[in-house]
Design a protein around this ligand. Structure first.
Ligand SMILES: [Zn+2]
Length: 145
């Protein structure tokens, strides 16, 4: 099972959908979340933090290593690995990807009822464009696709 939760950033202006692969890490492992507007408040520490698209995620590395070791038998994880391997990262490719894809499906809903083939073609094309644009913006998870 994979859990996702909506989490507000430190300044409260933004929210992100957070994904926990295989539910290995509890949500408390993400101690702080900074959006691009409050990222300056973070005291950057490469040992506990990872950056993506102007956002900063700060993990409780001691707790994260404990849970990862218990489930996977390996404890030497860096914050980047925790993010890149999806143990605690965005749900989708960005903090708002879930909402963006819901909006796209909603927008194309009328087409779905009239022309399913065209609907699938459009969803696929729009998604590809979106991923390319995220790649150009430097989002870590988009770069891996
Ligand atoms: Zn913020």
């Amino acid at each position: 099972m994979c859990l996702h939760q909506k989490r507000a950033c430190e300044c409260g202006r933004e929210e992100a959908y957070i994904f926990h692969r295989d539910s290995i890490l509890p949500e408390e492992v993400l101690v702080h979340l900074y959006c691009p507007q409050c990222a300056a408040l973070a005291r950057w520490d490469i040992r506990t933090m990872v950056q993506d698209g102007g956002w900063i995620l700060e993990y409780d590395m001691e707790a994260a290593r404990f849970y990862l070791a218990k489930r996977l038998g390996r404890s030497q994880y860096s914050p980047e690995e925790i993010f890149d391997e999806d143990y605690c990262s965005w749900y989708g490719l960005t903090p708002k990807d879930l909402e963006a894809s819901a909006r796209l499906h909603e927008e194309l809903e009328p087409l779905k009822r009239t022309d399913l083939k065209e609907y699938i073609r459009q969803v696929t094309r729009r998604r590809q464009e979106e991923v390319l644009s995220l790649k150009r913006q430097g989002w870590r998870k988009a770069a891996r696709t």
